[in-house]
Structure formats: C-alpha cells, structure tokens
Ligand binder design. Sequence first.
Ligand code: GLC
Length: 435
Amino acid sequence: MTRNFRNGPGNWPERQDEMTEQLDQQARDIMTGNDRGGYTVPTSGLYPYQWNWDSMFAAWGFSTFDRARAWVEAETLFASQWENGMVPHIIFHREVPEYFPGPEVWGRERSPATSGISQPPVAATLIRWIYEADRAEGAAHLRALYPKLLAWHRWFMAHRCERGMIVVTHPWESGRDNAADWDAAMANVDGSGVGEYTRRDTSHVDGSMRPTKEQYDRYLALVHFGRDCHWDEEVIRQSSPFRVADPGMSFIFLRACRDLAALGAELGEDTSEIAGWIAALEEGAASHWNPERGHYDSVDIRTGRFSGALSSGAFLCWYAGVGGDAMLPALERIMQAVRYPVPSLDPADPRFDAPRYWRGPMWGMFNALIARGLAEAGHGAIAEDLRRRTAECIARNGFYEYFNPVTGAPAGGGLFTWTAAIWLTWASPAAEGRV
Ligand code: GLC
C-alpha cells in the first residue's frame, strides 16, 4: 500500500523531517519490491518487463542505497543490445501472456525477446552520475559498459539523426507515447488493418488516463510495419509512415553525448568521434526552434512541418546545454499556471488533458532532468521550486506513475519505480549529496 500524508496527523511539508524518513524508506521498499532479480519492472501488473529508460532511472535510484545493484541494472539492460548497437525499449525477460503487445507482435526472435525500437538514451548521463559517486567501485563496470554505450550512440547517429535532430520512428520510442507532438504525423499512419486485439493497459488503469483506441490502432500499425521489414533500418528510414524529430530525444541525446565524451576521456579513450556528434547536434538543436510560436518543437521529417506543441521535452534545453534562456518565459508562465509543473503539454494548448498520460500530466523523472539542467544553467531558484513542488506532490499523493498537474491527483500505475528513484536521488529533502 502506498501511504500518503494528505490526511495524516499533519500535512506535508509541516512535519517534513519525520515524513522524509518514512517516505525515503517507502521509496527503497518500492524499488526492492519491483526488483525481479537483475532487472526492475516499472510497476507490477501494468508493466511486467524491463523498460530501457525506466531501468536507468532505477539504477540511479539504487545507487543511493545499493551501488552494486545499480550496476547490475545497467549491465542487464545492455546485455540485450542488438548486434547493430540498438538497445531495445522493452526486454521481455519472462512470459507474461496477459501483456499486450508481447514478443510475438514485435516478431524479433532473441533470448530474451525484445521490442524492435529504442527509448530515450539517458543511460550515458545516469551512468556518469552513478560512476562519479564512487569512481573506485565503478571503474571496472564503466570500462565494460563504455563500448556498449558508444555502439548505441553510433546507432542513433547512423539511423535516427536528421539535420542534427533525433528522430523517432514510433511514438513509443520517444518515451512520451501519446504526446500531442505526434498528432499530425500519426494522421499519416493507417491503423485500419491491424485486426482484432485486446488491450491490457486499460484493464489496469482507467481508459481516461491512457491513449485512445484510435491511437492504439496506429501504434500497432507501426509495429507491424517494422516487424514486416524485419526491423531493417534502411527500409524504416526510406519508407516508414512516421518519422518525427523530437526535441526531448534530441536534448537527451545531446546531453548523453557530452557525458559519454567525459566518460571516454576519463578512460583515456579518443573521443573525437563524439565531439563531432556534439557539434552536429548543437547545430541541429536550432532546427527544433519554431520561430512562429517561440519554443522548441517537434518536426515531422516527412513534411518538414513543426507540430506546434509545447511539450515537456522542450524544457530539456538547459539539460542539453543549448538555447540560452529562450525558453524561460514559457517555463515561468507554466509554473504559474499549474501547481505541480512541468505538465507534459502546455496548459494553454486546447489539446491539454490534465489526467491523460503525455497530454497534460506531470512526470517526476522528467522534472528531475529539467531541474538538473536549470540548476546547471544558473537557475537554482527555479530548480529548487520545481523540486519542492514535485516532492510535495509525491508526499501527498504517493509514488504514482504520473500526476494531474493542476490538482496533483495521482494517475497511472502505483508504487512506481522511477518515481521512487527520483524521490531518492533528487526530490526528497534528504536527497542532496546522495549521488
Ligand atoms: C509508458 C511510458 C514510457 C515508459 C513505460 C514504462 O509507455 O510512456 O515512457 O517507459 O510506460 O514505464
């Protein structure tokens, strides 16, 4: 059971110290409870496998109380790296027949089976943070992981980079499944031929918090496209009906390249190839700027059009070290508009839907990255405000997957790994100095 302090004898933040200790323990318990031995599920039931970026957040969380376990998490993820360097977004470690879409839908026979797309490459960054917390212990792990990270980044540059921006070939690859960013481009995907299927997500979570059936048909059509071409990257590049450059991905990847270069230098490797990528990505960041709307935006590679959605991915610009303070007015406006920022979509957008997944809710792990960037760029007060509000939201409502940014109402799965992880590493009042 998630305990929360909304109706407790005193409310957060008045009894913060005592509650912090209890919440820290609860977060550790959630993480160990979701540990399936070598990998951590995002939450039991709804997500019964290993997810790529969830797993890296888990590693970061583990590093606050069990560093050896943190390295195992990263190593298990990279053990399923494909020969072409891609690190899949889901690793199906065991059979869970109730899950959909499972390994048979992806059609990629491996052991363990995997999906056929990737996910936001936070790994190099989080591995750097874990490593820097204890270099002596991390040295051998880093040495073994570095070539794998490099191969994954090479795969991104070879197959997902256009005009210096990172492209997703499926909305799920962005980690922001039903974001408004994809609406126009998804209109080009024909979901009418996917046949009958039974969704499982809506048997765990209310449908109003999940993507619609029509969106789901199109997600499946894209999976079928990849499966039918045997995940051939050349075919996907030439003829996928969906290819969108995502500022969230571009910024996460640019940041990860900077961290990878730092790790390479630490190991005495030649990092000139990575320096070339960084230069290309810094230039590409400018192509995400929508001058008409005045914010970073997604770009449909097939049509060249901006999506016209101001989503949370755009606020990772500081984390990526680009753009100066061009996004500051938008952030300040949004921080005033909702109590629990950063919403996944601008509340001023008519498509804003406060409880629905990536079309409104606040996601704690996104905030942890946004705040890190803000603090590094000299906006410590805003970063601290964001931390406090995130902490208050979790303390009052529990370790949920995501939250209504207006009311704080919890949504999606409960006892969620990445919410527990970012509590321990960042949001908790006791987090400072832990990693
Ligand atoms: C959802 C999220 C994705 C996450 C996964 C597991 O699909 O959109 O970002 O990795 O759930 O938590």
